[in-house]
Design a protein around this ligand. Structure first.
Ligand SMILES: N[C@@H](CCC(=O)N[C@@H](CS)C(=O)NCC(=O)O)C(=O)O
Length: 420
């Protein structure tokens, strides 16, 4: 029989339960007709959780509240669950990171977000202190993750579930790319976790916040300028309730202006038609060297396009094959913004860990486009080297990467992904 979770369906604290349930093989379902602010204030609900907050899990043996406790309970329903680690010390570390995720990350994120979402008064020095404390915590997490794929051991634990759900709120609602780029290992960790099948199934696709929401408490900010995190672009604060993005004060006019052209569209025309190359690549099934590779060099326009090798900077961390492949898959998804201007091949090399991730990219223009560098955080996780076209060995490496030639630099190709 399924356990029942009382909560709104977009609550990140409720996601912890459902993700843990996926890993534990436990059935949980949402309570029918739950209405936030109404259902959690009834006398029946208050007997389950006297503070009237969600989520609450109803079990045959009684209710459990507090989202971390619910996730632990669900995980415990499976004996020897790897979500708790595989030894006493790992168990201790799982608990350590759950507390860190709650007390150092979530608490500061909430202190930052609440006034901006209209819950509680905005007080500039309080916001500043919350952001500083959050940055301190993210800095520490970033240092740890520089040498770790998961928070504990070599697989997903409850600590990763709680941490990712808490970070999710920040990435979705508050922490823009400008803010998170200071913490590249946290970014990589977050996108890797959020792309795990059991996470995607529950949370779905996540888009990072593009702006920090304006203050909506109805009170004038005491010190509006200092209130904003320094890295964020200036934005008008408003006294009114939140409005759809395009009509928030100062943005209406902006929204009506035609979108500026991508600077790459203003480059002198090129003889190379990217779509023709992509079509040739996709349609060549035999004689790849003679047809596709030969065709590539005939089409290639060194004036209008540039070729780049990339090499993942943290190959030693690539100890789990599917995590490595997911990482590359996530990168290609995020490169979607460059589909009109790029072609890429990404290889996961080696049949034994650590796997090496190497790629080849063709970009419109003589440099890697700035908007790609700015907007796709994965770019900085790779070392980029422009292909020297007068070096035949480098050109042969290009051919081999396009062709998935094996063995590639002495290793088998575990996975080859194409961006086209
Ligand atoms: N520490 C609690 C936080 C619970 C919480 O703050 N729930 C909010 C929704 S995310 C709530 O129910 N608020 C309603 C209220 O305060 O009355 C947990 O992790 O479950």
């Amino acid at each position: 029989m399924a356990l029942i979770l009382y909560s709104g369906k977009t609550n990140k604290n409720a996601f912890k339960t459902f993700i843990a349930a996926e890993y534990a093989g436990v059935q949980v379902k949402w309570a029918d007709n739950f209405e936030m602010g109404v259902s959690n204030k009834t006398p029946e609900f208050l007997t389950m959780n006297p503070i009237g907050k969600v989520p609450v899990l109803e079990t045959p043996d009684g209710p459990v509240f507090e989202s971390n406790a619910i996730a632990r309970y669900v995980a415990r329903l499976k004996n020897d669950n790897a979500l708790f680690g595989s030894s006493s010390i790992e168990y201790g570390q799982v608990e350590q990171w759950i507390d860190f995720a709650s007390l150092e990350i979530d608490a500061n994120l909430l202190a930052w977000i609440r006034p901006r979402f209209g819950y509680g008064n905005y007080i500039a020095p309080v916001e500043e202190a919350s952001i500083a404390a959050l940055k301190r915590a993210l800095g520490a997490l970033n240092t740890y993750l520089a040498a770790h794929t998961y928070l504990v051991g070599h697989g997903v634990t409850l600590a990763d579930i709680v941490m990712t759900c808490n970070l999710y709120l920040g990435f979705k609602a508050l922490m823009t790319k400008t803010f998170t780029s200071e913490f590249p290992h946290v970014e990589r960790y977050f996108w890797t976790m959020i792309n795990q099948p059991n996470f995607i199934k529950i949370i779905g696709e996540v888009k990072q916040a593009e702006t920090v929401p304006p203050i909506t408490t109805g009170k004038k900010p005491s010190k509006p300028k200092e209130a904003k995190p320094k890295a964020e672009p200036k934005k008008e604060e408003t006294k009114e309730a939140p409005k759809p993005k395009a009509v928030v004060a100062g943005e209406e006019e902006e929204a009506l202006k035609p979108k500026p052209k991508n600077p790459l569209d203003l480059l002198p025309p090129s003889k190379m038609i990217l779509d023709d190359w992509k079509r040739l690549y996709s349609n060549t099934k035999t004689n790849f060297r003679e047809v596709a590779i030969k065709g590539f060099w005939e089409m290639f326009d060194p004036e209008g396009y540039s070729l780049w090798f990339c090499n993942y900077k943290y190959n030693n961390e690539n100890t789990v094959s599917f995590v490595t492949m997911n990482k590359v898959g996530g990168f290609l998804q995020r490169m979607d913004l460059a589909r009109k201007y790029a072609f890429g091949k990404m290889l996961v090399v080696g049949y034994e860990p650590p796997y090496k991730v190497k790629g080849l990219w063709l970009f419109r223009g003589p440099e890697i486009p700035k908007f790609v560098m700015d907007e796709c955080y994965d770019m900085e996780l790779y070392e980029w080297t422009k292909v020297n076209l007068s070096d035949e060995a480098q050109k042969e490496r290009v051919n081999q990467m396009i062709e998935d030639y094996e063995p590639f630099e002495g290793g088998g190709i575990l996975d080859a992904k194409c961006f086209k």
